[in-house]
Write a protein that binds this ligand. Structure first.
Ligand SMILES: Cc1cc2nc3c(=O)[nH]c(=O)nc-3n(C[C@H](O)[C@H](O)[C@H](O)COP(=O)(O)OP(=O)(O)OC[C@H]3O[C@@H](n4cnc5c(N)ncnc54)[C@H](O)[C@@H]3O)c2cc1C
Length: 403
């Protein structure tokens, strides 16, 4: 295997490095190229679902993820104004379905860093920073990828190329693959504060607040020092610019409107994100593949995008491994797109769109109906379990095995 051409990966985000680890553990040579000088540590994914924890367990990462993260079996949906708990879901009901009946809140940059650390154990794996993939050519037996570095551009030859280079993927654009879907008109503002909501929301670190004017979401993560940070996520308002949303006075007002308290909120991070619901027209063309955000993007309500991207990474690594060992023909790789694309639409796009719609619903009658439906699901043990099998992507993994 070591004498074979390496698999080349664009992007050392969590999906790229997990794909690399899943390949390296099979003895397959792999080289990752990351455009930036370091791992991006902006506050993005933290929620890691049961189905993904099982994958991380198989990769030998789950203990560290649990140690550095926060185990949370529940999530709650509230009415924001007046503040009322609508419903609580509890992943403990999945105790017979998974070894991990909870989510772990572990920031994605920690996952990427610990994965790169593991990759160092494999002499046939490498991760290069300040190395941007700018283009590539495909041949019958190889790919030639152009890498721009501070020392100039060089060309690297590999067996396959996996584009894990995020929503603006150079690989996807070079393959001329349509990114079908739409962009939400509002952006999402994420504020991280060292103010502790523990006394009010400490019983549950994942909370959604439905509101006709301004829904929001409140999550706890451990932070780099392990002491805990709360993240509050709001949509921007109609006509509001990024600068207006990020302005200190506006930020303080938003937080005080959400939860009034004496004195200013200590705001540790403030970030704004464009939000899309898009899926690439295909995840595979010739010797090149797309995985993670390069293949699909969605709003973060439900915490599904990265989870699904990690599932892409391990499934693709498994297929590539079989082909490289001669256990399967190249055509087997077509099943990657055939399986992953519809699964993303069914389990990620549909759920995240529905989650957002429910939170922002303006019609009181529809809102009441939605709330009653959620309460009925939570009150019925069979429906509760079914709802969480879907929310945790366990259903998506089970379906993948049968298609
Ligand atoms: C506010 C927010 C909260 C979220 N919460 C969750 C959550 O709780 N759970 C969840 O599952 N998902 C969540 N997501 C989604 C999650 O962040 C993404 O799905 C995840 O980052 C995708 O990982 P990736 O590795 O595919 O892409 P990225 O993390 O975007 O990594 C891509 C990497 O490729 C590099 N790159 C780009 N172009 C090139 C190039 N040409 N050459 C080389 N390198 C390149 C980039 O620098 C980057 O390091 C959230 C997103 C947001 C915005």
């Amino acid at each position: 295997m070591a004498s074979q051409r390496p698999v080349l990966i664009a992007g050392a985000g969590p999906v790229g490095v997990i794909a690399a680890l899943a390949l390296a553990r099979q003895g397959i040579p792999v080289q990752v190229f990351e455009a930036e000088p370091r791992i991006n540590d902006n506050p993005r994914a933290a929620t890691t679902h049961a189905a993904t924890l099982e994958i991380l367990d198989n990769l030998g990462l789950v203990d560290e993820v649990i140690r550095r993260g926060l185990v949370e079996p529940k999530f709650r949906t509230w009415n924001r104004e007046p503040r009322q708990l609508i419903v609580e879901f509890d992943f403990s009901v999945l105790k017979d379905d998974t070894r991990f009946p909870y989510v772990v809140q572990c920031e994605q940059h920690k996952l990427a860093a610990m994965t790169i650390e593991r990759l160092r154990q494999f002499p046939h794996a490498s991760v290069a920073f300040n190395a941007r993939v700018t283009g590539f050519s495909q041949f019958e037996d190889r790919v030639e990828v152009d890498i721009a570095t501070a020392a100039g551009t060089r060309t690297v030859t590999g067996s396959w190329l996996i584009g894990c280079d995020g929503g603006r993927s150079t690989v996807r654009k070079a393959l001329d693959i349509e990114f079908e879907g739409y962009t939400h008109p509002e952006r999402f503002l994420v504020l991280s504060t060292t103010f502790s909501f523990d006394t009010i929301y400490g019983e549950c670190s994942r909370n959604y607040f439905a509101d006709a004017n301004e829904w929001c979401a409140l999550f706890k993560v451990t932070g780099d020092d392990g002491k805990g940070l709360w993240r509050v996520l709001f949509p921007t308002r109609s006509g509001e610019t990024d600068a207006q949303a990020l302005d200190e006075t506006a930020v303080q007002q938003r937080l005080q409107n959400f939860f009034p308290k004496a004195g200013a909120y200590p705001v540790f991070h403030r970030n704004i994100y464009n939000v899309h619901q898009r899926v690439a027209a295909t995840f595979h063309k010739g010797r090149a593949f797309l995985a993670g955000d390069s293949a699909h993007v969605n709003n973060p309500l439900g915490g599904l995008g990265l989870n699904f991207g990690i599932h892409d990474a391990v499934e693709l690594a498994d297929l590539v491994g079989k082909v490289m060992r001669g256990e399967a023909q190249d055509e087997t790789l077509d099943s990657y797109d055939r399986r992953r694309r519809p699964l993303n639409v069914e389990y990620v796009q549909q759920q995240t769109i529905a989650n957002k719609k429910r939170l922002e619903e303006k019609d009181p009658a529809v809102r009441d109906r939605n709330n009653a439906a959620l309460q009925a699901i939570a009150a019925d043990p069979v429906a509760h379990r079914a709802y969480l099998l879907r929310a945790s992507l366990i259903d998506a993994v089970r379906k993948a095995k049968t298609t």
